[in-house]
Design a protein around this ligand. Structure first.
Ligand code: FMN
Length: 214
C-alpha cells in the first residue's frame, strides 16, 4: 500500500473476526517494531504477545473482570486473536547511557535524570510502527491503555519489575459485518495544519510556523 494511503486509512478498529493471523504475517509486523530508532540504540522495548484465545484470555482475565464483560461495549474486541502488550524498560536506557561514550550526558545516573523519558518515546515509536505494518497487511488495530490494570497484566504475563506499560495493541482481521460503535473520541475533528485564518480560533493549529501561536 502507498504510504500516503496507509496514513489516510489508519483508524482504530474495535470489531474483529476471531480468525487467526499467520505466523509470517505477524513476523512482518513485529519486524517493523524491531526496526524503529531508539535513543543510544538502547532498544529497550519489549512486546509480550498473546496469540489465540487460550492466551488472550489471560490478558482479559487480568484487565477486564468476567463480571464486566457482559456489559462491555466492544464485544468484537474480546474475540481479537492477537494482543500485543508494549513495555518500556528504563533500566536499559540508564545502563546504556552509563557506558563510556554516553557518560558525559549524566543520564546514566538514573531514570530521574532524564527530562524526556526516551524509553517511552522509543516504545511508542514501536507501537506506531506495529500499527502501520499491521494495517499494511490488511489487518485492523486498536491501541488502548492498560490503565490501573497494568500491574495485574504485568503479573499475569511475567513482565519483570521496573518495566513501564505503554499500552496494548489488538491486532486482527476487521469484521466487515461488525456493528462497531465509534470510539467516544473519534468524532473530534482533526486540528488544522496551519493557522490559515479559516479555522475556528478555538482550534489551535498543529504546525506553528516561526513561533508558537496558541
Ligand atoms: C495513547 C492512546 C490511548 C488510547 N486509549 C484508548 C482506549 O483505552 N480505548 C479506546 O477505545 N481507544 C483508545 N485510543 C484510541 C483513540 O481514541 C483514537 O486513536 C482517537 O479517537 C482517534 O481515532 P482514530 O485513531 O480512529 O483516528 C487510544 C489512542 C492512543 C493513541
Amino acid at each position: 500500500m502507498e504510504f500516503a494511503d496507509l496514513v489516510r486509512r489508519r483508524r482504530m478498529t474495535r470489531d474483529f473476526l476471531a480468525d487467526p493471523i499467520g505466523d509470517s504475517v505477524l513476523e512482518r509486523v513485529f519486524e517493523a517494531a524491531r526496526r524503529v530508532p531508539s535513543a543510544g540504540n538502547a532498544q529497550g522495548c519489549d512486546l509480550v504477545v498473546l496469540n489465540g484465545p487460550a492466551e488472550t484470555t489471560r490478558y482479559w482475565d487480568a484487565a477486564l473482570p468476567a463480571s464486566r464483560r457482559e456489559t462491555f461495549r466492544w464485544k468484537g474486541l474480546l474475540v481479537c486473536p492477537v494482543l500485543v502488550t508494549v513495555w518500556a524498560d528504563p533500566a536499559a536506557y540508564v545502563a546504556r547511557y552509563a557506558e563510556a561514550d554516553k557518560q558525559r550526558t549524566g543520564l546514566g545516573a538514573g531514570s530521574d535524570a532524564w527530562s524526556t523519558p526516551y524509553w517511552i518515546v522509543d516504545a511508542s515509536f514501536a507501537a506506531m510502527a506495529l500499527q502501520y505494518a499491521a494495517i499494511d497487511e490488511g489487518l485492523g488495530v486498536l491501541f488502548f491503555g492498560m490503565f490501573d490494570h497494568a500491574p495485574s497484566v504485568a503479573a499475569a504475563l511475567g513482565v519483570p519489575a521496573g518495566h513501564e506499560p505503554i499500552g496494548t495493541l489488538a491486532i486482527g482481521w476487521p469484521d466487515p459485518g461488525g456493528s462497531e460503535s465509534p470510539g467516544a473520541s473519534a468524532g473530534r475533528p482533526r486540528r488544522p495544519m496551519f493557522d490559515d485564518g479559516k479555522a475556528p480560533v478555538s482550534m489551535n493549529p498543529l504546525v506553528h510556523r516561526g513561533r508558537y501561536r496558541g
